[in-house]
Design a protein around this ligand. Structure first.
Ligand code: PLP
Length: 393
């Protein structure tokens, strides 16, 4: 017996599910050099255009000059340095919560929070479209794991009635592949009524959503009692790297004591925390980024709908175009690429079977003229796609 990897890979290709990594040869920006070509990209999560911001770059450089490069150790040994601490205080202030804890990635923050809060004998209930890291965390926790229908408070309520032990309800704030908002007022009310805790992963909401970028909880005006566990990530709208969990003093102390993905890993480079402190300041202060982004999204939706494209119920910078078939989604992506645009095709298993899509994302760094260019290329590409004979025709 041996591992038959070539058969697995061949099967993946045959199903049009094989993935390739485009090679980025420039900083993260709308005009990017990818695999040797200059392309206009609509696929990054750099929603506020901070990944390549001169002040953030300077903060990173100054941070490295002052603090060196590597974190050097885990937080509990000797890797918890001044900038990490200062950033945690700033994130607590930003979220209006007693305390925040910094992580190196959102994936780890999610594994940490879920596995520290529930285990055998407990229950974890998740939206079926939650991010992979949340689903993995639920499985890893050893708690009874069940998924409710997408954004459906009644489906959640049925599962809550059967739950035992400590019960954690987990949802994306903004769903990463659809761009829609979790119906938190309804979900939180159900969870509270049953004494369950709500955990929200707002990786795509912090920054673009809410009056000061506070994300979905700010958008809906929800507090600590509604959402005891709030996760945000820093590699998307903040343009840097890492993540945080914000909540009560006791929650954060529990994570420090018990969360293995927090304890057994090296702290992020302190200079990255210096860069995030700067981007946090820009997120909070520069409202024009959110306003500009909202205008781009509104223009895109109006133009795409006029063309007869199928959009999703999304008020966020994530604006998927539903195509359905994986091969057709790939083809549309390549027709756009031929016109100088980079938009990723998202296929199963990242999204449910039969719902392949182009995931168009906008950034405050895009101009209105660039959105017009996208609409023109889409009109052209869509027409060409529909002129081509289908595979089974
Ligand atoms: C990107 C993402 C994560 C992972 O965050 P990283 O910092 O990239 O590891 C977690 N949850 C959601 C919803 C995400 O979109």
């Amino acid at each position: 017996m041996t591992f038959d990897l070539s058969a697995r890979l061949a099967e993946r290709r045959a199903a049009h599910l094989h993935r390739q990594r485009p090679l980025l040869e420039s900083p993260q920006a709308p005009l990017a050099r990818v695999d040797g070509e200059e392309l206009l990209a609509f696929c990054s999560n750099d929603y506020l255009g901070l990944a390549n911001h001169p002040e953030v770059i300077r903060a990173l450089r100054d941070g490295a000059a002052r603090w060196g490069v590597g974190g050097g150790a885990s937080h509990l040994v000797i890797g918890h340095s001044g900038p990490h601490h200062e950033l945690e205080l700033a994130l607590a202030d930003f979220t209006g919560r007693p305390r925040a804890l910094l992580f190196s990635t959102g994936y780890m923050a999610n594994l940490a929070a879920v596995t520290a809060l529930v285990g055998q004998g407990d229950t974890v209930l998740e939206d079926r479209l939650n991010h992979a890291s949340l689903l993995d965390a639920g499985l890893l926790s050893g708690a009874r794991f069940s998924r409710y229908l997408h954004n459906d408070a009644d489906s959640l309520a049925k599962r809550l009635e059967k739950a035992s032990g400590n019960t954690l309800v987990v949802s994306d704030g903004v769903f990463s592949m659809d761009g829609d908002l979790a119906d938190l007022p309804a979900l939180c009310a159900r969870a509270r009524r049953q004494g369950a805790w709500m955990m929200v992963d707002d990786a795509h909401g912090v920054g673009p959503l809410g009056a000061t970028g506070g994300g979905i909880v700010e958008h809906f005006g929800l507090g600590l009692e509604d959402v005891p566990v709030l996760v945000g990530t820093l590699g998307k709208a903040f343009g840097t790297a890492g993540a945080f969990v914000a909540g009560s003093e006791e929650l954060i102390e529990t994570l420090i004591q018990f969360a293995r993905p927090y304890i057994y890993t090296t702290s992020q480079p302190p200079a990255v925390a210096c860069a995030t402190l700067k981007s946090l300041e820009l997120v909070r202060r520069e409202h024009w980024r959110r306003e500009h982004l909202n205008r781009l999204v509104a223009r895109f939706r109006q133009g795409a709908e006029a063309m007869g494209l199928t959009l999703m119920d999304s008020p966020t910078p994530i604006q998927p175009i539903l195509v359905g078939d994986s091969a057709r989604a790939l083809r549309l992506s390549s027709l756009l690429r031929r016109r100088g645009l980079l938009v990723g095709a998202i296929r199963p298993p990242t999204v449910p079977a039969g719902s392949a899509r182009l995931r168009v994302t906008f950034s405050a760094a895009h101009s209105e003229a660039q959105v017009e260019r996208l609409l023109e290329a889409l009109a052209d590409g869509w027409e060409e796609l529909n002129r081509e004979p289908g595979e089974d025709a």
